[in-house]
Unconditional design. Structure first.
Length: 89
């Protein structure tokens, strides 16, 4: 089947991301949410999920470029938020 490796990597990454989101959902508090410029919320689950998926894709396909929905500048500017996301991943 074409793209069998890609599909396997994607399924594994999504399973990990789902587990991360479920864990966050059980413990989410308002302090774990920031706002984008458009005032929509970004949770640690959003940031953690993106990190989990990016890590899986990068390990399997290190030469591929990745574009994410969430801006990592929030993590560079907020050490506490970064630690929370790293703790999830």
């Amino acid at each position: 089947m074409p793209y069998e490796k890609e599909l396997s990597i994607a399924i594994s990454a999504i399973e990990s991301a789902v587990n991360l989101c479920r864990g966050v959902q059980q413990n989410l508090i308002a302090a774990d949410t920031v706002e984008k410029n458009d005032r929509s919320p970004v949770t640690i689950a959003d940031l953690g999920t993106q990190a989990v998926v990016f890590r899986a894709v990068h390990r399997a396909f290190p030469g591929d470029a990745l574009i994410g929905e969430e801006d990592s500048s929030q993590l560079r500017e907020n050490a506490e938020l970064l630690e929370k996301v790293l703790g999830l991943t």
